[in-house]
Design a protein around this ligand. Structure first.
Ligand code: C5P
Length: 220
């Protein structure tokens, strides 16, 4: 039984990857499995928190001990997150949220045109949920964001993470290297956590469960 250092705290975690529908059978998505977010939710529950997991298309089992709110699109994730975040002690935005969605969703399955060479899709920007939380008054709520980056260079990763933390008004920013074979679907993760004064508060490399506990250690 881990130390109950989150007892009496209300924690909201978003996890997974949003899907933006194009038509009744297709969507734009990403390869986030939701494993890191689910591990954070479960770790927080084990440490005594009352946890709500806002789950976007998880490709992992929902963790035990948490209330799960299933969502699919960025718009649904936004509605659920804004509702749950009010008055929470900690909000961890681990979900990979689509930056863009199709400008229109076709009522019917999009058909190939006879002899056409290609198809262009028009996309519009989705609202940035973390930035919205960061801008709004949130006394007493610690905000943790993630940055999934494909940069190989450590200094560049840190620079991106620091910029992102400030731009979104998060207290902590977890920088996470992702690629074709690392990060999203794997059971292991390598992260750098940037703190409120832009310093590195921890680096963690290991299973997503151990990384979850390290992130919670610094937040606590
Ligand atoms: O800008 P970028 O997508 O790299 O930022 C990642 C962080 O911002 C994550 O914490 C993610 O959950 C959050 N985010 C968001 N709303 C978006 C896009 C990202 O809350 N539309």
């Amino acid at each position: 039984q881990p130390e109950q250092d989150l007892a009496g705290r209300r924690v909201v975690v978003t996890a997974g990857g949003t899907r933006e529908p194009l038509d009744p059978v297709r969507f734009l998505g990403n390869r986030s499995s939701g494993k890191q977010g689910a591990a954070i939710a479960e770790a927080a529950a084990l440490r005594g928190a009352e946890v709500t997991l806002i789950a976007a298309n998880l490709e992992t089992d929902a963790p035990s001990g948490c209330r799960v709110v299933p969502v699919s699109t960025a718009a649904e994730l936004r509605d659920a997150t804004l509702a749950e975040a009010a008055g929470a002690d900690l909000v961890v935005m681990a979900a990979a949220v689509a930056d863009y969605r199709p400008a229109a969703v076709s009522e019917q399955k999009i058909k190939k045109g006879a002899g056409d060479a290609g198809l262009s899709l028009e996309l519009v920007r989705n609202p940035d949920i973390l930035a919205e939380l960061g801008r709004a008054p949130h006394e007493g709520t610690v905000l943790v964001g993630f940055a999934a980056e494909t940069e190989a260079d450590d200094d560049r990763l840190l620079e991106l993470g620091r910029e992102k933390r400030r731009a979104k008004g998060a207290d902590f920013l977890v920088v996470n290297r992702v690629g074709w074979h690392e990060g999203f679907a794997s059971d292991e993760n390598l992260v750098i956590v940037i703190g409120p004064d832009d310093g590195i508060v921890t680096r963690a490399h290991g299973t997503k469960v151990s990384v979850a506990h390290r992130i919670l250690d610094v937040v606590v």
